[in-house]
Ligand binder design. Structure first.
Ligand code: FEO
Length: 176
């Protein structure tokens, strides 16, 4: 594995763990404003992010690279409302994570590393889902506004989200 790719993958591992940390912080905020269903949604999201990191870690190891864990930045800890939390989550997925994944694909193409490019395609598809999920919830919360019964109903729905490990090809993540 080329050094440039190993370095970029290490950065992405840090970014995925940061995402987990950010969603955990959102979970703590949602708990503090008594929205346990939304907090549960973020708890599941945190676990998904750690699975994304694990997939990348296994890919680096399989290709003979070295994973070096580095400092994780402190996440934001206060928001004005649940709507603001999910708007931030969407913004993070669309304007941070997807941009980073696309840059990794650009690098795979530049370095002509086809195996890396193929591996990344799962992450490319996953980002479409991540953006869609967060955008849908952001829009629902914007429509609900300060309407408490609407907020309670959505909170009840999000309490049902259960973590199911994603199946990341080429790794043991989600494998039966
Ligand atoms: Fe790892 Fe939410 O993307």
């Amino acid at each position: 594995m080329k050094t440039s790719i190993e370095k970029a993958l290490n950065n992405q591992i840090n970014a995925e763990i940061y995402s987990a940390y950010l969603y955990k912080s959102m979970e703590m905020y949602l708990q503090s404003i008594d929205l346990p269903g939304m907090a549960n949604w973020m708890n599941v999201q945190t676990q998904e992010e750690l699975a994304h990191a694990e997939g990348l870690i296994q890919f680096v190891n399989t290709r003979g690279g070295r994973v070096v864990l580095t400092t994780i930045d402190a996440p934001k800890k206060e928001w004005a409302s649940a709507a603001e939390v999910f708007a931030d989550a969407y913004e993070h997925e669309a304007n941070v994570v997807t941009v980073k994944i696309n840059k990794l694909v650009d690098l795979a193409i530049k370095e002509k590393d086809h195996a890396f490019n193929q591996f990344l395609q799962w992450y490319v598809a996953e980002q479409v889902e991540e953006e869609d999920n967060t955008s849908t919830l952001m829009k629902k919360l914007n429509r609900i506004g300060d309407h408490t019964p609407g907020l309670m109903q959505l909170d009840g729905q999000l309490a049902a989200r259960v973590y199911k490990p994603p199946v990341i090809p080429g790794t043991s993540v989600g494998a039966p």
